[in-house]
Design a binder for this molecule. Structure first.
Ligand SMILES: Cc1cc2nc3c(=O)[nH]c(=O)nc-3n(C[C@H](O)[C@H](O)[C@H](O)COP(=O)(O)O)c2cc1C
Length: 416
């Protein structure tokens, strides 16, 4: 039986009895977890339940958003990638973003570095400062980074990767270090099997795999079979990443790949309550229906206030602009206000603009699986000239030295 719903672009949309749009690839047929079906995720001494990690996301997973996701039930909330060179050079923003919140546990920071000295120093300082988990980013696909042999180019040279992981693990003492990688550069240069071996040999506590190559950026469908394959190759925990838009996807990924935990990226942008849905299904329950617009306005208000507290009134409101687009995505009547929200300059302006939409407007289910934050498209990955001539080379690529170089570099880095 289907019912009609006149929401999508004014056209009738047929809904399944569960209220999902027919034809959207939703996964409601998957039952919630059975008692004892999944175990808490072990990351070194940490036991994480639900086995769900908020993905490191540049410009996104600052303290304000981490706290919201944690409150909704995420197991671990990782900071955005922070450069070890920037940290060592005393970059103010890097230090602000590396700081933890009051009572934040586990405090999890993602480090990006391509020089073992930088990495070792940053990890030691973080551990001295009370960090509970360090993740290392080896998946960044940005041309400015791979062109110099950084980011996703590093796993191409397993001995260099080993030096970096070793430096982190050594400096971290008892604090667990994990690594996050992509499948490889492109289909002709797959690096995750070597990365898994290196991670395990060098004492990493777990490995996360985003099932796309750097060439694929965020396009197409993540390849979960690579996650299943990695699981057969290593004995350390494997975290699966890519295209978890609904709680059901996480169960499906765990069941089909055998991975030990899941990493949630774009699916929670403007939808932090996704973590309460994940917590519910891992506990064997049905998730609550998504909030109506009025409730989302309250969440946005809380988010904006936290950003203002972290970054100050000007930067905080500027940061909130992109969140407004994600929170209001697809809501009937929101197109008219989105332009103003993208230019807003105060919390008051946000509140006033949002009040124009009927608070009872239901959540637009058809946008659940729509890409957020990153455009589609692929790229030809740039590597340094002659980079593939000696894969056993473990020389670190050049990192910026001057503050100006560093700033340009930090701007180019936008994640994994
Ligand atoms: C806005 C944005 C910023 C990102 N920044 C980082 C980052 O700092 N470090 C990282 O390892 N990956 C980063 N990523 C990649 C995500 O962690 C994740 O691997 C990717 O989005 C795939 O997961 P998803 O399909 O759940 O989004 C970023 C992704 C997005 C969308």
């Amino acid at each position: 039986m289907t019912t009609d719903n006149p929401q999508r672009d004014g056209a009738a949309v047929h809904l399944t009895p569960a209220g999902r749009p027919v034809g959207d690839s939703c996964n409601r047929e998957v039952p919630p977890a059975r008692a004892g079906e999944f175990s808490p995720l072990a990351i070194g001494p940490l036991r994480v339940w639900p086995p769900v990690v908020l993905a490191p996301m540049a410009g996104v997973t600052n303290l304000a958003f981490r706290k919201m996701c944690k409150d909704y039930g995420a197991g671990v909330c990782t900071s955005e990638m922070l450069t070890a060179r920037g940290y060592r050079m005393g970059n103010e923003m890097t230090h602000l973003l590396a700081a933890g919140g009051e009572g934040e546990f586990p405090r999890s920071v993602q480090v990006y570095g391509s020089d073992p000295l930088d990495v070792g120093e940053m990890v030691k300082a973080l551990v001295d400062d009370g960090v509970d988990h360090v993740d290392m980013n080896f998946g960044c696909p940005v041309p400015k980074v791979t062109r110099h042999g950084g980011g996703s180019a590093i796993p191409v040279k397993p001995r260099l990767l080993a030096r970096l992981v070793r430096a982190a693990v050594h400096s971290a003492s008892d604090v667990p270090v994990t690594i996050k990688v992509r499948k490889g550069i492109d289909e002709s240069l797959i690096t995750y099997p070597d990365a898994g071996e290196v991670a395990q040999e060098e004492g990493a506590a777990a490995i996360s795999l985003h099932g796309r190559t750097a060439a694929e950026l965020y396009s197409g469908q993540a390849d979960w079979s690579a996650i299943a394959d990695l699981k057969t190759r290593v004995s350390i925990p494997v975290l699966g990443n890519g295209d978890i838009w609904e709680a059901w996807d996480a169960l499906r990924m765990m069941r089909t790949t055998g991975c030990d935990g899941v990493v949630i990226g774009r699916g929670c942008l403007g939808r932090p309550w996704l973590f309460s849905e994940l917590a519910a299904v891992f506990d064997g329950c049905e998730p609550e229906p998504p909030p109506v617009f009025g409730r989302i306005v309250e969440i946005m208000d809380q988010h904006a206030q936290a950003l203002i507290e972290l970054f100050g009134p000007v930067r905080g409101v500027h940061q909130m602009r992109k969140w407004c687009a994600w929170y209001t995505k697809g809501f009937r009547g929101s197109a008219a206000i989105r332009g103003r929200l993208a230019r807003m300059s105060s919390l008051e302006e946000m509140r006033c603009t949002l009040s124009e939409v009927d608070p009872q407007t239901p959540f637009p289910l058809h946008v659940l699986r729509v890409n957020r934050a990153k455009r589609g498209g692929t790229q030809r990955v740039r590597l340094p000239e002659g980079y593939l001539d000696d894969l056993l080379d473990d020389t670190p690529p050049k990192s910026p030295h001057s503050p100006a170089e560093l700033e340009a570099w930090e701007r180019a880095l936008s994640g994994g």
